[in-house]
Design a protein around this ligand. Structure first.
Ligand code: PMP
Length: 286
């Protein structure tokens, strides 16, 4: 089925959607994005994604392409037009194009480019990968220093996923100055003696929308949560580990650098948090 996508005010078949070759998203990775999950045809934590998008735009002096209400309307219309029950809505805003290539930003009145499309993912919630758990490798974190801004500079995360794939694994955790920052496209946690440990927020990691929800839900469920720096060796010695992201929710981790965690199957805390999160997400979806 040909998808209907959104580009700068128009809903079009994906084969007819066009963006300038001079667009700064294309030439300079001068663009930010958000990915919002859809369950039961409804959006999960739209508000959180809209707030983070605004923050990313502000940090980069990029103008807002439209209001939050208009964004919600576009999300909903795409979900409806494409008949998405479970899946994702991808949104990207770039600094637009002034018809040439230049390192200097175009004038402030250059309109941003707004693109949205859906990805149909039946079985997103009841994902067999989550029942199996993920195998992780650790690699050096050589990304730039503003990982709190959700830019489309995803080459190194893509390379990290390829390194994992080549090693027969599912994903990579990134390590900087001896401490785990996050996963290639998720936030990272381990559990030891019932306590959940994750790195505190800073410019070094993305402020995950799922992280925020899961930390709140864990505390509400009387689980102990500690935000501190941790090493890959601590994670390898953990009882269990997991990652969070809008597209994979809570994903158990069963192996790090070839070392099995616990009995090598998804741990009880990760499984419970996935359940609680999905439950809450469905209840609060809009
Ligand atoms: N860290 C990175 C580097 C990511 O790419 C993502 C996913 N976008 C996350 C963390 C998780 O963030 P969220 O829960 O908002 O999807």
């Amino acid at each position: 089925m040909t998808r209907t996508v959104y580009v700068n005010g128009e809903y079009l078949p994906e084969t007819e959607a066009k963006v300038s070759i001079f667009d700064r998203g294309f030439l300079m990775a001068d663009a930010v994005y958000e990915v919002t999950s859809v369950l039961d045809g409804k959006l999960i934590d739209f508000e959180g994604h809209a707030v983070r998008l605004k923050r990313s735009l502000d940090e980069l002096d990029m103008s807002e392409p439209c209001t939050k209400e208009e964004l919600l309307e576009i999300h909903r219309k795409l979900v409806e037009l494409n008949g998405i029950d479970e899946g994702l809505v991808y949104l990207q805003v770039s600094r637009g194009s002034d018809g040439d290539r230049d390192f200097v930003f175009p004038s402030a009145d250059t309109p941003p480019t707004l693109v949205l499309f859906t990805q149909n993912k039946p079985g997103l919630a009841d994902n067999p990968a989550a029942r199996k758990g993920a195998k992780i490798i650790s690699i050096e974190d050589i990304r730039w220093g503003r990982r709190d801004i959700k830019t489309v500079q995803l080459l190194y995360p893509s390379m990290g996923k390829m390194m994992a794939k080549k090693a027969g694994c599912d994903d990579a955790w990134l390590v900087e100055d001896g401490f785990v920052t996050e996963g290639t496209s998720n936030n990272a946690y381990f559990v030891k003696a019932g306590k959940i440990v994750t790195r505190p927020l800073s410019n070094n990691i993305l402020h995950g929308i799922t992280r925020k929800a899961v930390m709140r839900l864990a505390k509400e469920a009387q689980m102990e949560v500690e935000e501190r720096l941790f090493t890959i060796d601590e994670a390898k010695a953990a009882d269990e580990a997991f990652t969070t992201s809008a597209s994979a929710f809570v994903m158990p981790v069963v192996e790090i650098d070839g070392v099995a965690l616990g009995d090598g199957t998804p741990g009880p805390i990760a499984r419970r948090l996935r359940e609680i999160y999905l439950d809450e997400a469905r209840k609060t979806a809009i």
